[in-house]
Design a protein around this ligand. Sequence first.
Ligand code: ZN
Length: 218
Amino acid sequence: MTMIDPKAVLKKVTPTPVVENKLTNDEKKKKIESLFTEIMQTLGLDLTDDSLRETPHRVSKMFVDEVFWGLQEENFPKITIVENKFDYDHAVVEINIVTNSHCEHHFVPIIGKTHIAYVPNRKVIGLSKLNRIVDYFAKRPQIQERLTLQIHQALCAILETQDVAVVTDAMHSCVKTRGIKDVTSMTRTSKLSGVFKEDTSHRMEFMNSIPRGHEVVY
Ligand SMILES: [Zn+2]
């Protein structure tokens, strides 16, 4: 069993644009709470109303602890990989991994599913770790294209192979509820490399084992 070093993995992953501000999580929450109070007051909301009073506090906790915890490198999932002793040499496919994120352009939810395949080289990863890796990158302000790339690059680094395929299907609240107000469209992004890119039968087998766009249940 080998413990994965998050720093080494994240070095190989397209970065999310961040600037280190040295604030602790408590300081971030205090600041967001006060700034969100101002936003609500600016909108003309009555912060003495008992339904609204705690909203700035709730939003600050939600941002730091619940929906954007993937901005902190130290929250990268703890991952151990094991040697592929049994010489398993076919694709491992996991579909319909919950992928709930927030769009970085509007800060509203992206609700999706990710489908992953890899062919083990020398390393095998616990299946639930695939879910944890998806969730870690989803818990950042995102665009779907970058999210798919980050998951793919992290898996290639961890599994020491290019034989990795990642497809993300998602509904964007910013498309559904504002702007174009398209309630039915969904977006698919994918990154395929190694055998999934070069070999038609591997690619077809993967694409045939994931849901068709209209079959995805969010
Ligand atoms: Zn958006």
